[in-house]
Write a protein that binds this ligand. Structure first.
Ligand code: FES
Length: 115
């Protein structure tokens, strides 16, 4: 009988630079994905690191993202996504959204919300 690996947090909130985004790998129900994890004060948001325009990662350099005027800008063709809800507000996929991944914070640790 296989045993499941123990659950562990994605990271500690204090490890995330406030106002910036980092790339983290996570095991989701559909398999492993790279996530964009953005901290804003005591809150944190995450999206799958796949642009709805052409399916590419949004990083400008591995794990580095451009955030300007409340938007996250895709490195490939410049689509701009609001950092509060992941909706594209400018660029070639305007109106589409990044795929959100729900997170929760418990005792200073960032966890994926199961299910
Ligand atoms: S792949 Fe992101 S804007 Fe084209």
């Amino acid at each position: 009988m296989d045993t499941l690996p123990p659950l562990r947090p994605l990271c500690r909130l204090d490890d995330l630079p406030d106002g910036e985004a980092v790339a983290l790998d996570a095991m989701l129900p559909d398999g492993e994905e790279n996530l964009i994890v953005l901290r804003h004060g005591d809150g944190v948001r995450a999206w799958i690191n796949v642009c709805p325009h052409a399916g590419r990662r949004l990083d400008w350099a591995p794990g580095k993202f451009l955030i300007t005027r409340g938007t996250l800008v895709c490195a490939v063709h410049g689509a701009s996504f609001r950092t509060d809800d992941g909706c594209c507000v400018g660029g070639p996929c305007r109106g589409d959204s990044l795929r959100a991944v729900p997170l929760t914070i418990e005792d200073g640790e960032v966890w994926l919300v199961p299910g």
